[in-house]
Ligand binder design. Structure first.
Ligand code: AR6
Length: 172
């Protein structure tokens, strides 16, 4: 597990994970940054997945994969995090599912390097320390039981998030 402070769209990894919404048709935050840096091909593939597999939208906790368009990463794994709502509506388990389903797609597609943003910790309002603890726990567990991916990078934007992940990684 690695920690990098910066823009996830610039990461030279096999796949980056997108904190998408159920529509799969783009939005703000990291989702907007990925679609604008990656170009129209990602959106076209998302529209196709939506029409053929998820006409009602991708449920929270699930994940799908597209190409990376013009990004340095060849693939994008789109997952829908839970919207934080008191913490008693199954948010921790849904967030853990986001990490596990994203990791499963990386394993199935033989993607050796994967980068995650802090899913749900922006617009969806999940408290950052609790979200980092889930992220680090799920990734460590997966890496301990699978040979691919080999390296998972947590990408944080700001200093506060970097400190929170440093602590979560130190505690595990
Ligand atoms: N690189 C790395 N991290 C980033 C970047 C970036 N370029 N941009 C933002 N972050 P958010 P969510 C961090 O709001 O909470 C969208 O509209 C940010 O600081 O992108 O899961 C979707 O379409 C925060 O810690 O995702 C959904 O509607 C984290 O990424 C909704 O937002 C996630 O923030 C999803 O909300």
């Amino acid at each position: 597990m690695r920690l990098v402070q910066g823009d996830i769209t610039r990461q030279p990894v096999a796949a980056i994970v997108n904190a998408a919404n159920s529509s799969l048709l783009g939005g703000g935050g990291v989702d907007g940054a990925i679609h604008s840096a990656g170009g129209a091909k990602i959106l076209e593939e998302c529209q196709q997945i939506r029409a053929t597999r998820y006409p009602q939208g991708l449920p929270a906790g699930e994940a799908v994969i597209t190409s990376g368009g013009r990004l340095p990463a060849a693939h994008v794994i789109h997952t829908v995090g839970p919207e934080w709502n008191s913490g008693h509506k199954g948010e921790p388990e849904l967030l853990a599912s986001c990490y596990r389903n994203s990791l499963r797609l990386a394993t199935e597609n033989n993607l050796k390097t994967l980068a995650f943003p802090g899913i749900s910790t922006g617009i969806y309002g999940y408290p950052k320390p609790a979200a980092a603890a889930v992220a680090v726990r799920e990734v460590r567990q997966w890496l301990g039981t699978h040979t691919v991916p080999t390296t998972v990078t947590f990408v944080v934007f700001d200093d506060e998030s970097r400190r929170i992940y440093e602590q979560a990684l130190a505690e595990i």
